[in-house]
Design a protein around this ligand. Structure first.
Ligand code: NAI
Length: 296
């Protein structure tokens, strides 16, 4: 099996943190990329931010100025879903909700060609379930990137029960062509990384609710003494509390409410408050100009 030809068009649906990162990586690897989002401003912001990232990479000597310019020129805004009908691969990075994702893929299936591969960047939802309502569920696969996409090498290529081996192999090889290190995984709740990560966050929430220490102290201890690159709270701020809360709910439900995966009411309150982390400017820390500082 080979990677998708790099004359192919890759459509990225959802232009938030993940969609923008995926688009950046695909365009840098030589693919033409169309970005779509229900919020048109998200698309223009993503294209602008990616352009700036390429310029920075060129300044650091990681790509030439010409490569940066060419990569930027391969990015295009899609003003409607119809605009992505000529894509060979669609990567979905929208809200972490089964019904919304199913709705999007049903719309896409009616628009794209028969050979188009449909990929979901879901963090935790069953790939089997997302595909189940499609006319051709064998063409849907998980293509799970990690945040921040340009820096994190791993991609979990997730097969649902109906996913064809050929589709999984093409996405695996395409991930390599994008400079990533893919791994095949099956559609289990949270897949590999997000499953193992659940107790890391859950114990952080328990420590906080038992007032063992504040978020900044717990983060510092795990980072400096525990050997983790980030503590649980700064990592959840990076991921987005809305996204992480949805992932915990999804894994909890998928394991028939196994108490080990019980979501935290503290996290629910963070979401209720709109303290989503970096993307909203406030989570456990405040974000803006300069270094992050504890919010409380
Ligand atoms: P985000 O909140 O930064 O961006 C989501 C974007 O999708 C928003 O711009 C929103 O306007 C758009 N959107 C929502 N519904 C839409 C629809 N029906 N059609 C088109 N656009 C729509 O979210 P983020 O963090 O980029 O996550 C996206 C997906 O990637 C989720 O499934 C999440 O679980 C997954 N993911 C997130 C990671 C993270 O660290 N944030 C890591 C790996 C996967």
């Amino acid at each position: 099996m080979a990677a998708l030809d790099n004359n192919s068009i890759v459509a990225v649906i959802g232009s938030g943190a993940m969609g923008a990162g995926i688009a950046q990586v695909a365009a840098a690897a030589g693919y033409r990329v169309k970005l779509y989002d229900t919020h048109a401003e998200a698309v223009s912001k993503a294209i602008q931010d990616i352009g700036k990232m390429y310029v920075k990479l060129a300044e650091k000597g990681r790509m030439t100025a010409q490569e940066a310019q060419e990569a930027s020129a391969r990015l295009q805004a899609a003003s409607s879903l119809q605009d992505v009908s000529d894509a060979s691969l669609v990567v979905e990075a929208i809200v972490e909700n089964l019904d919304v994702k199913r709705g999007l893929f049903a719309d896409l299936e009616a628009l794209v060609g028969d050979d188009c591969i449909l990929a979901t960047n879901t963090s935790s939802i069953s790939v089997t379930a997302i595909a189940a309502k499609l006319r051709r569920p064998e063409r849907l696969v998980g293509m799970h990137f990690f945040n921040p996409v340009p820096l994190m090498a791993l991609v979990e290529v997730i097969s649902g029960l109906a996913t064809s081996d050929e589709v999984a192999a093409t996405v695996y090889d395409t991930s390599i062509a994008w400079g990533k290190q893919p791994v095949h995984a099956k559609s289990t709740p949270g897949f590999i990384v997000n499953r193992v990560a659940r107790p890391f966050y859950a114990e952080g929430w328990r420590l906080l609710s038992e007032q063992a220490g504040d978020a900044a102290t717990i983060d510092a201890v795990l980072r400096e003494a525990g050997g983790f690159r980030m503590g649980p709270f700064e990592l959840m701020d990076l991921i987005g509390h809305d996204v992480n809360f949805s992932v915990t709910q999804s894994v909890f439900g998928a394991y028939f409410n196994d108490p080990r995966f019980t979501p935290s009411v503290l996290q629910q309150e963070m979401v209720n408050a709109g303290f989503l982390g970096r993307k909203s400017g406030r989570g456990f820390y405040r974000y803006g100009e300069g270094a992050s500082v504890p919010a409380a």
